[in-house]
Ligand binder design. Structure first.
Ligand code: ADE
Length: 209
């Protein structure tokens, strides 16, 4: 990310919600109406912070376990935006009126709960910025997991024999077509083993497209 910033490919600005609190204690959270555990980020400081980011009219992403699932296809969608605003939630979440007024995308990283929206936002930032032209070699992106709806095949590097384990012969053969076929078979094998549902999704897409 630092290199991409140095090259002028990405710019970012961090806004501290506390700078927009209305009291001298810089309070940004309060108990939920209707009861329940934890604290909720208050709407006024968050709205002022979002206004300072000129959030209206931009893609405003709020990472939350109750959002749509984040994936490579969605990252491809985000990278097309000139600007993205990310809200780092804390505690039990943010006031729903902020979501209604500002948030365009509620996004979940997976079926687990992180304590920090910062961490979730950084995962999204990291996944998206590397898709920008000039950050990573195009071939690397084309080969990696999910770009073709499959998990990536196993990779090997030197030495040819490590602790008695040999690199698959085919990768040393220099036979390009055979190597490509091997990679594809291994990708399918791995996807079938770890993420069989991806194969179903791919078949659906192929039918539609
Ligand atoms: N914030 C806390 N947990 C999260 C999750 N699973 N995904 C996105 N944001 C979160």
């Amino acid at each position: 990310m630092a290199k991409a910033v140095d090259k002028g490919l990405v710019r970012y600005k961090v806004i501290d919600i506390r700078d927009f609190a209305l009291d001298r204690h810089r309070t940004c959270d309060d108990a939920p109406y209707g009861g329940g555990p934890g604290m909720i980020l208050k709407p006024e400081p968050l709205a002022a912070a979002l206004d300072a980011a000129s959030a209206c009219g931009k893609r405003v992403v709020y990472p939350t376990p109750s959002g749509r699932l984040f994936n490579a296809a969605y990252a491809e969608e985000l990278v097309k935006q000139d600007e993205v605003v990310l809200i780092c939630g804390r505690y039990e979440g943010i006031d729903q009126r902020i979501i209604d007024l500002y948030v365009t995308d509620e996004v979940s990283l997976g079926d687990y709960v992180l304590s920090s929206g910062e961490l979730a936002s950084l995962v999204i930032v990291d996944t998206v910025y590397r898709l920008l032209d000039g950050v990573i070699r195009k071939e690397s992106l084309e080969e990696e997991s999910f770009t073709q709806g499959l998990l990536e095949y196993p990779q090997y590097t030197r030495p040819e024999i490590f602790r008695g384990m040999k690199v698959p012969e085919i990768l040393l053969s220099g036979h390009h077509a055979h190597i490509e076929r091997w990679k594809r078979e291994k990708s399918l094998e791995k996807t079938r083993r770890f993420r069989p549902e991806l194969l179903g999704e791919r078949n659906e897409e192929q039918k539609e497209g």
